[in-house]
Design a protein around this ligand. Structure first.
Ligand code: GLN
Length: 485
């Protein structure tokens, strides 16, 4: 059961071979045993989970269950969930019990009948690539507990990789689903911007943030994505589109698939062995009927600098709500009101969050707005146009997800720029609003390597199909870390 796919779990629940209470207890026991080593969960509440599991069992017995009813999953702690501590990895929200559900949570609980096992650790306010900025301490990578799991959805990634949960939610502003998926040997999908509601997903950079699934396989991601999507009038950037079945095209053959290989992503900057694994995966695709074409994303070298203007600008605005008045932390001692704001924010935010707020306030300030913020927005448009041009010549773009395998805890923590470069292949996708995936494609020195798949707008079905066919032909995604039992 621990290693079963969502489809297998769904069948076992429907055939009453296992109940949701039994299944949830199995994973809750595993969390209790292994979380002290991995630190993947910030909050676990067995009673709450078991109430949901009993409800799910009742729905299964009554014949009103959906395909995933009763399946336990882990929720990134960026999603507000009613009655649950919702911390976003920050001291600022360490005492915040949400009075409402994020749309994603409401859909998963009330509509799909999934059972939440708990809330997973993450970089503070989703700022980071290693999970080391969390107020609740670093998460350990199950493949090597001296190494980072990636970030910011590192708790979700470690939880699924160590099978503390069959699947999880994540969010991705610049790579935070794909990069931890790559570093932990998972499949992760960041949908087209606007497909998954951001209501109740604690905001980092609103024009870039997007929630999505993290799981062992593309098929699991497809099933999970089906429960997350849909128009939401509470999110002004949610898109009104017909609902799709993301498992629909999984089995389609890949004959004639045109893979675009951006020459800028196959030059320098990537570990040679990681690149070799990526190239081997692309060769496997050619065996499956695909052909490769070289494409160009001439402005992609500007994506990290543009992102580190735009994302902090939006963050500085979004995080102004954490002022000690409305919710969350308040400094215990202060003089007047201004002093209360200052002490609250000085004590409540960690160093990386403060750095971003400072950069954001600076680039938005009167004298620098045109030079930095507007200029970055122009670059953002050029980057999006590069993809429009590239997709005239190909159906899917492939690249490494991350330039290296999982790095050691502490290795990049003191050097923000090195940390930011972890996302050189993923960030352009968020700037353009496109869907992107990472799938396992091999190992270097016992550590997983991820292949990034980028699709055109709303091509989630195509991406999942491309990922699934590869996973039928290979078994990288089925490998599990040793030593975590
Ligand atoms: N690592 C990037 C950052 O620190 C992206 C994070 C994310 O996608 N949430 O901003």
């Amino acid at each position: 059961m621990i290693n079963a796919s969502l489809k297998e779990l769904s069948l076992a629940l429907a055939a009453k071979k296992v109940s949701s209470v039994e299944l949830s207890s199995l994973f809750l026991d595993r969390i209790e045993r292994l979380n002290p080593t991995l630190n993947a969960f910030v909050t676990v509440d067995r009673e709450k989970s078991l109430v949901m599991a009993r409800d799910a069992d009742a729905r299964i017995a009554a014949g009103t269950a959906g395909p995933l009813t009763g399946i336990p999953i882990a929720q990134k702690d960026i999603f507000c969930a009613e009655g649950w501590l919702s911390t976003c990895g920050s001291k600022m929200l360490a005492n915040f019990v949400s009075p409402y559900d994020a749309t994603v949570i409401r859909k998963m609980h009330a509509e799909a009948g999934l059972v939440s096992l708990g809330k997973t650790n993450m970089d503070e306010f989703a700022m980071g690539s290693s999970n080391e900025t969390s107020f609740f301490g670093s998460v350990r990578n199950p493949w090597d507990t001296q190494r980072v799991p990636g970030g910011s959805s590192g708790g979700s990634a470690a939880a699924v990789a160590a099978r503390l949960a069959p699947a999880a939610t994540g969010t991705d502003t610049g790579g935070s689903i794909r990069q931890p998926a790559a570093l932990c040997n998972l499949t992760g999908l960041k949908p087209t911007y606007g497909v998954v509601s951001r209501y109740g997903m604690i905001a980092f950079a609103s024009s870039l943030d997007q929630g999505g699934p993290m799981a062992a396989s593309a098929e699991d991601c497809a099933l999970l994505l089906n429960t997350m999507v849909g128009f939401d009038e509470r999110d002004s950037t949610s898109l009104e589109r017909p609902v799709e079945d993301y498992a629909r095209d999984l089995d389609k053959p890949l004959d004639g698939l045109r893979i675009g290989l951006p020459k800028e992503f196959f030059g320098e900057g990537c570990d040679a062995e990681v690149m070799a694994a990526v190239r081997a995966a692309i060769a496997e695709y050619e065996k499956l009927g695909a052909t490769c074409v070289e494409v160009s994303l001439p402005n992609s070298h500007l994506s990290v600098p543009a992102y580190y203007v735009i994302a902090p600008a939006e963050a500085s605005s979004n995080l102004s709500r954490f002022d000690g008045v409305r919710y969350g932390y308040r400094a215990p001692e202060y003089g007047n009101l201004d002093d209360m704001y200052m002490k609250t924010r000085a004590q409540g935010f960690g160093a990386e969050v403060k750095r971003r707020i400072l950069i954001g306030a600076y680039v938005l300030s009167h004298g620098y707005y045109d030079a930095y913020y507007l200029q970055a927005q122009r670059i953002r448009r050029l980057i999006a146009n590069d993809f429009v041009e590239a997709f005239k010549h190909c159906d899917v773009i492939m690249s490494p997800t991350s330039p290296s395998t999982a790095f050691k805890l502490g290795e990049k923590a003191a050097d923000p720029v090195q940390m930011y470069l972890s996302d050189i292949y993923t960030i352009a996708v968020n700037l353009a609003g496109l869907p992107g995936m990472s799938i396992p494609c091999g190992f270097v020195g016992g550590l997983p390597v991820g292949l990034q798949l980028i699709g055109n707008y709303f091509a989630e079905n195509r991406l999942l199909n491309v990922a699934h066919r590869y996973q039928q032909a290979t078994d990288w995604h089925q490998r599990r870390p040793g030593g975590i039992e």
